[in-house]
Structure formats: structure tokens, C-alpha cells
Design a protein around this ligand. Sequence first.
Ligand SMILES: [Zn+2]
Length: 324
Amino acid sequence: MELTFLGTGAGMPSNQRNVTSIALRLLGDRGAVWMFDCGEGTQHQYMRASLKLSKLERIFITHLHGDHLFGLPGLLTSRAHQGVLTPLTVFGPQGVKSYIDSALMASQSHLEYKLEVVEFDGTSSPNELLSIYEDDDYRIYAALLEHRIDSYGYRVEEKDKPGKLAYRKLAKLGIPSGPEFGQLKQGNNVTLSDGTTLIAADFIGDSVPGRIVTILGDTRACMNINKLAVKADVLVHEATFSRDLQHLAYDYHHSTTDDAARAGVEGGVLALIITHISPRYQIDSTELLLREVQETFANSYVASDFWTYMIHRKNNLSPIVKEN
Ligand SMILES: [Zn+2]
């Protein structure tokens, strides 16, 4: 799994940072891209990052502020213009469907592919994680954060992969490949015709734990962050302000470097990436923000546009950074 930051600025684009969008590439056989937020200009950033719209499967919107949303109509229609016919699903808070529908209707845009919009509402159970998606490989949860409008964080959990069957060990015992292998793989003990019982656990390697990626929308410090972030391999947290502007962060319902770092510590995450940086901080202020966040949480990074972070399986923390 790999995160590519397409836009890392707060509020409005600057010549150094576009507004928010993050691509999560699943890699492996699937090769799909899942996008988190889609600020204006995201489709340009997406192209420049050499990502393919045909691979874009799902888009998750954290909240309906324009700097997280205004890129959607252009991106959706470009996907159609490119002749992509595979379905696309957009997840987001209530209101995202009417935004998309009105933009497409007013511009008389027609999508040839199937667009599904899944809205959710966490306001009736604000302290709970909402299960919003599940397939064979992943589970996704959303939970309400604290912002000026309803804003959500997402927790993407990759399911554990079962351990591999010890074929060589079985061969050494003279057990030929057959239906017994399938039984063992499923964790069932097998009794052979000579009465020998094979204990499944003796022939299956350790399962491979799935990775957890937590990506938050705009928020100030709140209880649900911990539920979303606990034991994550990586937590992507907004840090609109440096620590000296804590009062502004609180008033505007945003976070500082210190808030993000504390969330990393409290969640017991492996790595923390801060993004959604106010335009008041130019790229040469990155060192300052990094220093602040690393004082509390050492394995921290400050995202920049087109920066890519590889999420390795556990026990291998070093990120691979690709220059664009
Ligand atoms: Zn916002």
C-alpha cells in the first residue's frame, strides 16, 4: 500500500501546495486507487502523479468544505471522457450526493460509467465507528470528528492474510497433494486413510497481519481520533497550525502540530504524517513544523505535494520516498 499526497494545503491553493487530496494505492493484483478528498485541481495533480483514472475505484470525502470537495465534478467527468466504464463509488457525509447531482445536472454532464454515492450520518451515534464498507480484503470505518461542519475520519483496515501451507513439510511426510491440502489450509485437522491425524496448525505458517491506515478530515482534538487511529500503521492528521497558534486552531476547529503528535502517541501508531498546512507556512517552514511534531512523536513526517509514503507490513518501518 502506498500513499501519494496530491494536495497538502489548507483552505486555498498556493504555488507550493494544492488543496487536499490523498491517493491510497492498494498495489498487488488489484492495483486500485482509493482517493481521500478531492479539492479543486485534484485531477491535474492526479495526472501529474502518473495515476490512472481507470484505476480509481472509490473516493472518500471527509467533509463538504470546498477545499476538500470542489475537484469532484471535473474529476468525475474526465473519467467519463477517458472512456472508463468501470463503476466508481463516492462515500461521504450527507449532502455529497446533492452536490454531485447538481454539478452534473447544471453542466448537463453524463457519466457512462455507474456512479454510486454512499452517504452516511454519524450524528445520531457520535461516539461510534460506523462500518461503511467491507470486501474480501478490507474493512473501512468512519467516525465523526470536531469541525465547523460534520467532518469524518476514515480507518482502512486490511484483513489479516492466512499463513501459507507448508507444502515441503507435507511432501517430506509423503502426503500427496489432494483435497486434504484444502482442508488444512482452512484450518481443519485431517485424518488420513492410515489413521494418522494431521493437525492443521502444524502445517500452516503464521498469518500476516493486515495494515491499518487512518486518514482524518479537518478536526480539532477529540475522542474519536483515538478510536480511528488505535494501533494504525500510519495516521494522517491535519496540522493546520504550528503550536504557537493553538488558540486559532481551537477557534477555527483545526489542529496544531502538538495536537497531531499527541494523537499519534495516544493511538500507539507506527508513523504520523501531518498535512493540511496553512498557506502561512511556506515550504521553508517545513523544518519548524517537523521539529515541533517530532518533539512528541519521533516517527513523524510533514507531507508535501506528490510525496509518496510506502506502508510496509509491520516490522519494517522505513518509508520509501519517491521523488516525482
Ligand atoms: Zn474544513
